[in-house]
Design a protein around this ligand. Structure first.
Ligand code: 1CP
Length: 350
């Protein structure tokens, strides 16, 4: 219980609850991973999905950026397709490509063949989260762990296309042309994502992020009709556990209001939307973001000047968590992220 209390005083959890903060909390999407030499070293000879199913590796990789940068939150190292792999879907994460699904899902029978997820499918997740939360409790006065899952639309895009895609054409064709199959698929994935998040929360995660990275491919009307009810179902199940929820997508300027209404406490804003616009769109909720991830390649003083603008804009929000507008680019110099972290954490708010 003592542990819970000191974590709840962390800048990150205060910000996501909309309470005053000692400094703007900061973490980075994809803070673990290929930009870190210690990640490349520990991953050598181990496949991505194999790493995600090894509790010891997951623990170490999740802690690497926390130790290096002293960020205000850790994000659990895994992948949005891991729960599908865990229930038996034949898929792999190919280096330099991303998730590849052997038999893409196109029919009701394909959907029905996917099992629901139970905690017994992912004992390594429970173990890793338990170890992590106990270690994180004593790092920098208590660092919260963010659990995560993919939202139904974004996970469906990999299942239906069979791999990464730009237009998500087959996915949207299924959505427009076979609403019954689409509905069954969305329900199936929503159940799996919610169960995956529940396992992480039960094992000690302090907050969750639902990644709907590719939702920006949709019009607000289609999002509202075909996708939002299913993301809401996931967020509602986690809300019932009393854990703060962050909801993020890319290219979602026109969806930010709906993504908040889906049941988020904090809405992630990508770098294309000025943060002040994002704040106006999400209303009485927190925001997360949104420095252009390429600014790390500019001179440090250019990067920090832009970070200052983001922090200043964030002051108008109910709560602001500093982040990049999407994931860390693999060629990012970790020393720049260390400087950025320090800049955000020491930026005076009074
Ligand atoms: O071998 C490797 O290192 C593979 C690269 C890699 C990594 C490090 C992949 C393949 N996934 C991950 C980890 C990962 N994936 C994390 C780790 C935690 C952290 O942030 O530190 C997270 C949160 C994810 C989530 C994820 N996977 C998303 C949503 C977030 C986002 O960036 O929008 C998506 C869309 C995926 C799919 C995926 N997995 C991997 C890749 C290269 C991709 C994207 C493929 C595509 O372009 O469609």
């Amino acid at each position: 219980m003592g542990e819970q209390n000191h974590l709840s005083d962390s800048a990150f959890l205060k910000a996501v609850r909309g309470e005053p903060v000692p400094h703007t909390p900061v973490w980075f999407m994809r803070q673990a991973g290929r930009s870190l030499p210690e990640y490349l070293a520990i991953r050598e000879g181990t496949q991505m999905l194999e790493s995600c199913m090894n509790a010891e590796l997951v623990t170490e990789i999740t802690l690497q950026p926390v130790r290096r940068y002293g960020v205000d939150a850790a994000i659990f190292f895994s992948d949005i397709v891991l729960p599908l792999k865990a229930v038996g879907v034949d898929l792999d994460i190919k280096p330099g490509v991303g998730p590849v699904v052997a038999d893409p899902v196109r029919t009701l029978a394909d959907v029905e063949a996917i099992p629901d997820l139970t905690p017994e499918h992912v004992p390594f997740i429970t173990e890793a989260v338990q170890t992590l939360t106990s270690e994180l409790a004593s790092i920098n006065g208590g660092t919260p762990l963010i659990g995560f899952a993919g939202a139904p639309f974004t996970v469906a895009s990999y299942l239906v296309e069979g791999g990464p895609s730009k237009e998500h054409a087959k996915t949207k064709a299924l959505m427009f042309g076979a609403p019954d199959v689409w509905d069954a698929l969305m329900r199936k994935i929503a159940g799996i994502s919610a169960a995956f998040l529940e396992v992480q929360v039960a094992a000690g995660a302090s907050a969750i992020q639902l990644f709907d990275s590719w939702a920006g491919a949709l019009t607000p009307g289609d999002y509202q009709q075909h996708v939002m009810p299913h993301s809401s179902a996931v967020l509602e199940r986690i809300g019932a556990l009393g854990v703060p929820r962050i909801h993020f997508g890319v290219g979602t300027t026109n969806l930010l209001t709906l993504m908040g209404e889906a049941g988020a406490d904090v809405v992630g804003v990508d770098w294309r939307t000025p943060l002040a616009d994002g704040i106006a769109r999400v209303g009485d909720r927190g925001v997360q973001g949104n420095l252009d991830p390429t600014l790390v390649f500019a001179p440090t003083e250019v990067m920090t000047a832009r970070a200052a603008e983001v922090i200043e804009a964030g002051r108008a929000a109910k709560g602001h968590v500093f982040n990049l507008g999407h994931g860390v680019i693999p060629s990012t110099d970790p020393d720049q992220l260390a400087r950025l972290t320090e800049f955000v954490q020491t930026y005076p708010l009074d």
